[in-house]
Design a protein around this ligand. Sequence first.
Ligand code: NAD
Length: 301
Amino acid sequence: MAKIISGTELSAVMRAEIGAEAQAFGAETGVRPGLAVVLVGNDPASQVYVRMKGKACREVGFHSEEIVLPEDTPEEELLGVIDGLNAHPEIHGLLVQLPLPPQIDPQNVILRIDPAKDVDGFHPINVGRLASGDRDVLAPATPAGIIELLVRNGYDPSGKRVVVVGRSNIVGKPVALLLLRDARGGNATVTVAHSRTRDLGSVTREADILVAAAGRPKLITRDMVKPGVVVIDVGTNRVADPTRERGWRLVGDVDFEGVAEVAEAITPVPGGVGPMTITMLLRNTLEAARRIEGAGARASR
Ligand code: NAD
């Protein structure tokens, strides 16, 4: 039976580290890292994420601001809010929760965020820096969390064959770029599979490490993996479950029971990649604060 790679456990360890580092940074500079999260509308899932981000900030001693705007907010108004946060001295990281209502173009929003405060790593400048192999870029949180889960559990991707299933801008593509980078957690031989990949199983069976990020329950079955594979299941899919009071439960993209019988290690859903995403957002915010304050100190000398 596979070893369980726990994101819940690693998150707790890393959040303690981040809290201690933030405290030391505060003692040295008098500055508290600050994260602003902007939510437009009242999508229930987004409301939950925004609350979780605020709570995580407070737990590690960060300053946090949650800005909630009505569903019918015009794009110009949101861009004005972003301008204010870009200029706000107590805010070092800022993100706008996606998805956005139809009157707002998410690309315009992402472009407006100061790349130095772009803790989601979605601004084209940061995407470009990641693609050019920059080791110091603010990398998107979920992909960065996947790398930490691997490295800190003793599964360094260096030299390994890694197959990523999914090519989205949020998970598949950036995790492939991190795995390819000549840096800690990189140096893998990376294959990216997607919805047009023919005979997916023949590709995934090549993997020493398999990252599943397709958003399709039970897409990866036992016959599609090599014995001894390390599996990171990014999928978070709601499936009907009449035994639960709420009527559904969360499952990943991997048929956990079948694959866990042959894998060396596997992340559970929930409790795997999910908790790491907010943890890496905190890490990016601390990093952004260090750089912004460092640059400010240099400029004032
Ligand atoms: P997406 O829908 O944007 O992209 C899915 C990708 O999977 C696409 O590139 C598509 O080509 C590929 N795909 C779809 N069906 C496929 C198939 N049958 N075979 C091969 N490839 C296929 O989704 P996303 O935003 O990348 O998210 C992927 C999953 O990860 C979702 O379940 C999402 O909820 C989850 N997710 C989890 C976290 C977290 O923090 N745990 C964060 C982001 C996304």
